[in-house]
Design a protein around this ligand. Sequence first.
Ligand code: NAD
Length: 368
Amino acid sequence: MGSRRDFLGKLTVSAISLPILYSPAQLFAASSKPYEGPILRVAIMGLGSYGTRVAKAMESCQRAKLVGLISGTPSKVVDWRAKYDIPEKNCYNYDTFDQIKNNPDIDAVYVITPNGLHKDQVIRVAKAGKHVICEKPMGINAKEGQEMVDACKAAKVKLLVGYRMHYEPKTVEVIRMRKAGEFGKLKFFQGLSGFTIGDPTQWRLNKKLAGGGAMMDIGIYSINGARYMLGEEPIWVTAQETKTDPVKFKEGVDETIQFQMGFPSGATASCLSTYAMSHLDRFFLNGEKGFAEMQPSTGYGPIKGRTHKGELTQPHITHQTLQMDGMAQLIFEGVQPIVPVDGEEGLRDLKIIDAIYKATKTGQKVDL
Ligand code: NAD
């Protein structure tokens, strides 16, 4: 997988005039001036598998740096401190991290723990006066999401959600084409999001920690994708759940849900979210003048895709590197990505998830 540094190394100055802006941070770097602006000093909370990926990606960031850790496992802290040269005074556990408020060397905390813990942790970080980046899903329902948005607003800190695809170059290009009207009037989106989940004892299959099942974890990509590919907010959903393994997927933990969304323009979306099928990572967008198809569409990349105009050729850059540089620029300079990554954006997805779960229970169309 190429890093941002690999990409920048290959980038010539002429690339600055390319019509597609991958991210303002990247273009700044492409001007070959060393970056001298502020650096977002980040502590990661939850040193698990995705936290590990984010930390590694941040090594290639220009505007963001890993400077602190919050973990319940002392041995991990020892390893990470050595690997990333992190001072002991910037390390906390889940009991002590409110003290981060007294630490002037940390600007933001990136919460990368199980979904069911996000709300309380985000609110504690906000109360400590630090900006918060929270992994998706932002919380486990819209009520939680609203509390998180309100708490961050009250604390005057930013709340951002780890929507890495909003910085991914091929995705950004399709959104640019959509905004420029190149697909014509949009009619239909299909999103297929799923994988076969393993270990039945993991938190992702625990209702309390996960908030649900595949929909919370992977189906959310099709929800968010439908919104950024069509550029509209849904006004209704319908949904059907199927469960082939009720032992592994207990009450409240969805295995497979098919769902449909309707949009104000008349466009519709048809999506599948599952923990029981492999190789399921595909978006298809259809309009009167053209189409876009992406497969894989939301994995760690490289993303692949084509439109009616041909193959998407934007470079693969580690998503989390772009995301963290972009979020630093958002926090310091207010530069917004092509699609928002703020708490309101996270809340929109949670409202749709609530409606989908309601629709699976009632069998009725749910208005949003
Ligand atoms: P993981 O199980 O690998 O890591 C979770 C971390 O949280 C571990 O370090 C664990 O020790 C810690 N933790 C703290 N309290 C815990 C508790 N009570 N129970 C279990 N673990 C606890 O999970 P992950 O894959 O890193 O996922 C973490 C978050 O990141 C989730 O919200 C997930 O949806 C999100 N995620 C996002 C992406 C993405 O591409 N944006 C990818 C993977 C995961």
